[in-house]
Write a protein that binds this ligand. Structure first.
Ligand SMILES: [Zn+2]
Length: 394
């Protein structure tokens, strides 16, 4: 980082991993949650030394209090059939089963209602499965210890431990990784997945959320996995990693990647472009609405809800509709918006997902579906009705 670039950025606290002074990469005032109307400023920090990207202040008590309150109103559990066979869940279960023993004792930390455990059990019928999750739900379909995970909860060890979409919720992943390691047999399998930072930045995806405290590239994740050997890594919309526990001491806990400063530069650049794309995209939506145009929210899950909460004040009284072809959509709250089958002439269709792969599929379906309407991929690209395409972050 040059001195000039450094001067233009505000400090954002110490890096949770290496302790260096981190700098602000993107600030989103009044960011919204998907599950409630609570709002809070969201500052994405970048460590210029090791390249770690994290939410500034996510290690503070007021953040913990805010997010605890947010999760008390979390309603994701009831929306989907069990087990939820999303492409991401199926891919995760396949990686876990491929590297686990047929009779593995499997523990999932943060198991929610147990979708992944159920999918693993289908692939490994002789495995025993157990979840641990504090969510207070009745009649969970898989055996679940209702608690926040600590290694002391378990007197025996497991052959496979799963941390699916867990690490991104912690400012510092090391206590959780150490805990997972403590309940694993030597040679046992740790499976984890997190949103893939490189894909988020490259696609300038709307994936910087109040709910997420940390963002990982494979290099950063690798650097936190001391005491493990990575045996498979998939760099899709999610970063999926299978690692074996090495016997012996866990090591230092964090070895900064050699290309940390280069990763930091890429993160600053990607976040700046995302910030510009966000402002430009929101302005385009407001213009479209002011001219009386209809806005179609394409997709009806969490990303839609967070975007709608943020954007609806900009849209005034212009007509808004929602389209979603997923069967579970019927159970999803859509703020009373009318449901339609797809975009019509004159619409501006906003693609609502924060997963780059899902966005790719949505883009294929809408951008190639016909003409006469515009498609906005937040926050990278606008395809106009006349077929011209513009880069929102340029
Ligand atoms: Zn750092």
């Amino acid at each position: 980082m040059t001195e000039l670039a450094r001067q233009n950025r505000t400090t954002a606290g110490a890096c949770p991993l290496c302790g260096a002074e981190a700098l602000t990469g993107l600030c989103l005032p009044g960011a919204r949650l998907a599950a409630s109307d609570l709002a809070r400023d969201l500052t994405i920090a970048v460590c210029p030394a090791c390249g770690f990207v994290f939410q500034a202040g996510a290690d503070m008590p007021d953040y913990a209090e805010f997010i605890r309150h947010a999760y008390e109103t979390w309603d994701g559990q009831t929306l989907f059939n069990f087990p939820r066979r999303s492409q991401d869940n199926v891919a995760a279960a396949e990686v876990i089963a491929r590297h686990s023993k047929p009779q593995a004792r499997v523990l999932e930390i943060g198991s929610n209602q147990g979708d992944i455990l159920a999918l693993v059990k289908e692939l490994l019928p002789q495995a025993s499965i157990l979840g641990v999750d504090p969510a207070a739900h009745d009649k969970l379909p898989v055996p679940t210890v209702r608690a926040f995970f600590t290694p002391e909860l378990f007197s025996s060890r497991f052959d496979t431990v799963i941390l699916k979409q867990v690490l991104e919720h912690f400012a510092d992943p090391r206590p959780m990784l150490a805990g997972a390691r403590a309940v694993l047999e030597d040679g046992g399998l740790l499976y984890l997945d997190v949103p893939n930072l490189e894909r988020i930045l490259k696609g300038r995806t709307d994936a910087f959320l109040l709910e997420h405290a940390a963002y990982y590239s494979l290099a950063t994740l690798r650097a936190t996995l001391s005491g493990f050997e990575i045996i498979e890594a998939q760099e899709a919309g999610s970063l999926r990693v299978a690692a074996r526990k090495l016997p012996g001491a866990a090591g230092t806990g964090f070895l900064p990647p050699a290309d940390g400063p280069q990763q930091a530069r890429q993160a600053f650049d990607g976040l700046a472009r995302l910030g510009r794309g966000r402002e430009r995209g929101k302005a385009l939506l407001a213009e479209h609405a002011k001219a009386g145009g209809r806005v179609l929210f394409f997709g009806a899950y969490n990303c839609f809800r967070a975007l709608y909460r943020e954007l609806s004040p900009l849209l005034g009284n212009s007509p808004c509709v929602v389209a979603d072809d997923a069967m579970q959509g019927e159970r999803e709250p859509v703020f009373g918006l009318p449901r339609v089958n797809g975009p019509e002439r004159g619409d501006l269709a906003l693609l609502c997902s924060n997963n780059a792969e899902v966005l790719d599929r949505m883009w294929e379906r809408t951008a190639n579906a016909g003409s006469g309407f515009s498609v906005l991929r937040p926050w990278s690209t606008l395809l106009c009705a006349d077929g011209t395409m513009s880069d929102l972050g340029a």
